[in-house]
Design a protein around this ligand. Structure first.
Ligand SMILES: Nc1nc2c(ncn2[C@@H]2O[C@H](COP(=O)(O)OP(=O)(O)O)[C@@H](O)[C@H]2O)c(=O)[nH]1
Ligand SMILES: [Mg+2]
Length: 313
């Protein structure tokens, strides 16, 4: 029988699903398989889509996917759902609905919980992206809920970051946090069918005007696109902006900069995980870690000495 990786490369959807489950549940063993998968990655364009809950990210992805399918693209969608560290369950129950595409063999949809990891991605998200890349997806869309570190995470894991906003979410200008202004390479103002969308577009444009870096030669000025996932208006403009950004990255070695930043993010996450799993997520050396904590708490030692001890042990 063919191995799981070979079946993935042959375009077997079940193999893709099973591999993702493995990297979620049995990580260090799955890394052996990822070594075989990785050489087959690097073809897909990865889009991160972030924004506050309720702006319509999932709905937008669904209509975008319809458009991409008209061009016969193979599409991979990963929705990262923040899970509560207290209950272990999904915080928002933000499962992708996506019924429109559930029978389409060229669309792969997967929800993943963050499983208590701080930040916008779960430990296994980078591998899930790689698996879908090797599976042959032309476009991979990763949905994360915008909440501080989440945006930074997704920006570093994607070629193009799309920030979604919408009218009617309370104080518009406050919903558009300063942090997202820096990470958005495209702004999609969703719910364009509703009143107030123009005002949101205007406010984002005004905030972008304040950034002198965007006026520099060769800088990418993020387009602000008004869309409606309900009536489909603006969706072609959004697709053009996505293509424009992709073309922009192809110029003057910018893609290499992106690839470096993505590789840095992948490796940093693995290193953080290696340390946290080794010492405090039920790892083998948790006892040593806890003993060090106790020594520090009673002032019998200090964190700096203990760090040296743990890492050299
Ligand atoms: N009027 C309007 N409502 C929308 C639009 N897109 C999404 N919604 C609604 O907004 C709500 C949140 O959508 P969802 O996609 O789950 O948002 P997410 O939390 O950002 O993923 C749902 O009730 C959608 O039906 C749109 O373009 N126009
Ligand atoms: Mg959603």
């Amino acid at each position: 029988m063919k191995g799981l990786v070979q079946r993935l490369l042959d375009g077997d959807r079940r193999a893709a699903a099973r591999l993702i489950t493995r990297v979620e549940n049995d990580r260090s063993r799955a890394f052996e398989l990822m070594k075989e998968v990785y050489p087959h990655t690097g073809e897909a364009h990865i889009f991160g889509i972030t924004g506050p809950p309720g702006v319509g990210k999932s709905t937008l992805i669904e209509s975008l996917t319809t458009k991409l399918r008209e061009k016969d693209q193979r599409v991979g969608i990963i929705a990262v759902d923040p899970t509560s560290p207290f209950t272990g369950g999904a915080l928002l129950g933000d499962r992708l609905r996506m019924n429109t595409h559930s029978d389409d063999r060229k669309v792969f949809i997967r929800s993943m919980g963050t499983r208590g990891r701080l930040g916008g991605l779960s430990w296994a998200t980078p591998e899930a992206i790689q698996i879908l890349d090797a599976f042959g997806c032309d476009t991979i869309i990763v949905e994360t809920v915008g909440a501080g570190q989440a945006e930074v995470d997704i920006m570093r894991a994607a070629h193009t970051s799309i920030v979604v906003e919408a009218p009617g979410l309370g104080d518009d200008i406050q919903a558009i946090k300063a942090g997202v202004m820096e990470i958005g390479e495209i702004f999609a103002v969703n719910k364009g069918d509703k009143e107030g969308a123009d005002s949101v577009v205007f406010q984002i444009e005004a905030m972008l005007d304040l950034n002198p870096a965007l006026k520099e030669d060769g800088a990418w000025r993020p387009p602000v696109v008004r869309v409606s996932s309900f009536d489909g208006s603006g969706m072609d403009d959004l697709i053009s902006s996505m293509n424009d950004h992709r073309a922009y990255l192809q110029q003057e070695g910018r893609i290499m900069e992106k690839e470096m930043s993505m590789a840095r993010q992948d490796l940093m996450m693995l290193m953080q995980e290696a340390v946290s799993c080794r010492f405090y997520e039920g790892g083998e050396e948790e006892d040593a870690f806890e003993a060090a904590v106790e020594r520090i708490a009673i002032r019998g030692s200090d964190p700096y000495t203990e760090l040296e001890g743990l890492l050299s042990g």
